[in-house]
Ligand binder design. Structure first.
Ligand code: MIC
Ligand code: SF4
Length: 653
């Protein structure tokens, strides 16, 4: 049977069954070859890994990155970094030191291998799909299990083919391709699916361009996105000094996709995702002339040397407009060094860019917050309200070309209109033909098993144990303490930013910020109650993989979340921490429930044992709400056990 590339990689990694893939939507378990964590999710992941009691990670390769919590206002972040470095030494992981770059970009350059599976405790792990990897984001606990050699469970995804033809025009970028996909598909269009790129246009895109597209596939809610591995992949790996990792990979000729999206690259325009959602996409030409106060280039989406070079070519000989603050963060230290060598860095400094650390930085509100009501053009992947650190800022997501053009003009400009000049400038920045991207000085390799056993784990006072999930009773009578709208992101559930991120290792403290963006009173109400429910709309929990968005609500007594639909990673995190994810059978029942209603949720254990619908009734008038139990058998087992940690301890797989 002709297979898609996704199906081929999944088939090779199946740990159960006879090597044949089950129907779409069925639970599958796959072997994970590589894992990655970052510092904001890593501490919880390794605290969990420690409790598994293994001597060493069992994957082919596991890397612990420091890239998120790099503003060190006090001891907390660096204490976490020390803990992570000592855990990496003890358990046989690679460790990427602060300053080495953003996990997804470093991984692409130094470790990614076509055809391998990668599980990362960060939602943008699918960046690796640009190299032909099946790279998936997950909660830290799932990554801890995979590091211990356990399988990763997911729903067998649908495979959407994105057929690319033509070539991008000058001034139109890879970012515009994914913005176009988001415009058509929306932030929930990809739930339960993989986007697989194919067609004659693929060969015209470099690996960093492909990685921009697969990175931001996370914003579609997709399981991941993947490109074939071809001669372009080979030359990227060769440039990184890793040609031996190359393997050609492509879908079979007559592979069947669940749907096909056609994109002619040559007709695409420059685009922008408008405030406050990555799918609020409009052609940039409809926004030209709008005043801009800030421009930032960087993040795991757009921080390659080619991105920086495009910016330098646009600003060459000019200066950032007086009304604009401009910043640029190269994705990796290797990129920064190459930018220095090619003359790109000097041009950016001369033009008035503030050179930011090779880290997540402004993308996650770690500094560089815009002014009140400011208009910030960013090459990032998320523009949820308040994520930048300024609640009333207007954040637009654009390509590096579009950001650079605005930095000079002080207003939004369509880069296509200035493309001729800057494509000529681009040629003035070059590297020597034998230039090699290879500098692993900030990567600490794993210790030998004997040395590793001697390594001591260092714990700062802010690192508190992960709280245990409660046991699951058969019935719960509790109030709805919060009712939210559609597309609530994990930034809404548990904000990030410079103030909150240092508390990621301390659940009692971080829980004080739960739902803060939506309702400042939630923490007080939840602390006073002995348990509660949350009701939500469509695509609840979109965005990041942070399991703190499940852990903190669990700590505050949230026992079930009842919504119209869930985002994938958050739903899995809820199960892992023993919170029941429930879906309304009839979306209109959402309207009938009010915040403050008391609901009786009965026969929970038998519904989970038998896989039958849940029974929910309002106590005041007895009104019943039909609720779907769409959990697979393993998830139901995990919930019955009181969460993944308890399930794993009891021998569950
Ligand atoms: C994000 O972009 O929101 C983050 C910060 O990288 C998160 C991870 C986290 O919250 O630590 C993600 O995307 O998973
Ligand atoms: Fe870091 Fe932003 Fe990428 Fe998340 S999306 S990994 S915060 S750069």
């Amino acid at each position: 049977m002709a297979l898609t590339l996704t199906e081929k990689i999944l088939t090779q990694h199946l740990v159960e069954g006879n090597g044949t893939l089950p129907p779409r939507g069925a639970d599958i378990a796959i072997r994970i070859d590589q894992t990655l964590t970052q510092d904001a999710t890593g501490t919880m992941a390794y605290l969990q890994f420690e409790t598994i009691g293994l001597d060493r990670v069992k994957t082919e390769l596991s890397v612990s990155y420091i890239d998120h919590n790099t503003l060190q206002e006090d001891f907390k972040n660096m204490d976490d970094h020390r803990y992570l470095q000592s855990v990496a030494a003890r358990y046989g992981l690679w460790f990427s030191r602060a300053g080495n770059g953003i996990c997804h970009q470093v991984h692409l350059e130094r470790f990614g291998v076509p055809g391998k599976t990668l599980l990362g405790s960060d939602s943008h792990t699918p960046t690796g799909g640009g190299l032909g990897m099946l790279a998936i984001g997950a909660g830290g606990l799932d990554v801890a299990v995979a590091m211990g050699g356990g399988a990763f469970h997911l729903s067998m995804p649908k495979v959407f083919g994105v057929r690319l033809s033509g070539r991008l025009r000058a001034g139109v970028a890879a970012k515009d391709v994914i913005l176009e996909v988001l415009r058509r598909e929306t932030v929930k269009g990809g739930v339960g699916s993989v986007y697989e790129y194919f067609g004659p246009g693929v060969a015209s895109l470099t690996v960093p361009q492909r990685a921009t597209i697969t990175n931001m596939g996370a914003e579609l809610g997709a399981t991941c996105s993947v490109f074939p591995s071809d001669e372009v992949t080979r030359s990227f790996l060769a440039q990184m000094g890793r040609e031996e990792s190359y393997e050609p990979l492509v879908a079979d000729e007559n592979a069947k996709y669940d749907k096909i999206i056609e994109i002619d690259l040559s007709t695409l325009e420059a685009m922008a995702a408008q405030p406050h959602s990555p799918d609020a996409v409009a052609p940039l030409s409809t926004l030209t002339g709008k005043s801009v106060t800030q421009v930032v280039i960087g993040s795991c989406t757009n921080s390659s040397l080619a991105d920086l070079t495009a910016v330098a070519a646009i600003v060459k000989g000019r200066h950032v407009a007086t009304g604009v603050e401009a910043g640029i963060a190269p994705g990796t230290r290797q990129t920064l060094m190459a930018a220095e060598r090619s003359g790109v860095l000097g041009e950016l400094i001369r033009a008035g860019f503030r050179i930011l650390e090779s880290a997540c930085g402004p993308c996650i509100g770690m500094g560089f917050a815009p002014n009140s009501g400011g208009v910030s053009l960013r090459t990032f992947n998320r523009n949820f309200k308040g994520r930048s650190g300024t609640p009333d800022a207007q954040v637009y997501l654009v390509s590096p070309e579009s950001a650079a053009a605005a930095a000079i003009a002080g207003t939004i400009v369509d880069p296509v209109t200035i493309a001729e000049e800057f494509t000529q400038n681009e040629r003035t920045f070059s590297l020597p033909p034998d230039y090699f991207f290879r500098d692993d000085n900030m990567l600490v390799p794993p210790l030998s098993p004997d040395e590793a056993r001697q390594a001591e784990i260092v714990r700062g006072p802010n690192i508190k144990p992960c709280p245990a999930s409660p046991n699951l009773p058969d019935s719960l009578i509790l109030p709805v303490l919060l009712k939210t709208g559609d597309n609530v992101s994990t930034d809404d559930i548990m904000p990030a930013g410079a103030k909150v991120l240092p508390l990621r290792s301390n659940i009692p403290e971080i829980s004080k910020f739960t739902f803060e963006r939506l309702d400042q009173g939630f923490y007080g109400r939840a602390s006073a109650a002995s348990g509660c429910f949350v009701v939500g709309g469509e695509n609840y929990g979109q965005g990041s993989s942070r399991e703190h968005a499940a852990l903190a609500p669990m700590y505050l007594g949230v026992r079930a979340v009842i919504v119209k639909s869930f985002a994938r990673i958050h739903k899995a995190n809820l199960v892992n921490y023993g919170i029941i994810p429930v879906v309304f059978e009839h979306a209109e029942d959402y309207d009938a429930i009010a915040q403050g209603d008391i609901l009786e949720f009965s026969g929970i254990r038998s519904s989970l044992q038998e896989g039958t619908p849940f029974t929910i009734r309002r106590t005041s008038d007895g009104k019943a709400f039909a609720a779907r139990n769409d959990l697979d058998e393993r998830s139901r087992g995990v919930l019955l056990a009181g969460g993944l940690a308890a399930w794993t301890r009891a021998g569950g797989q």
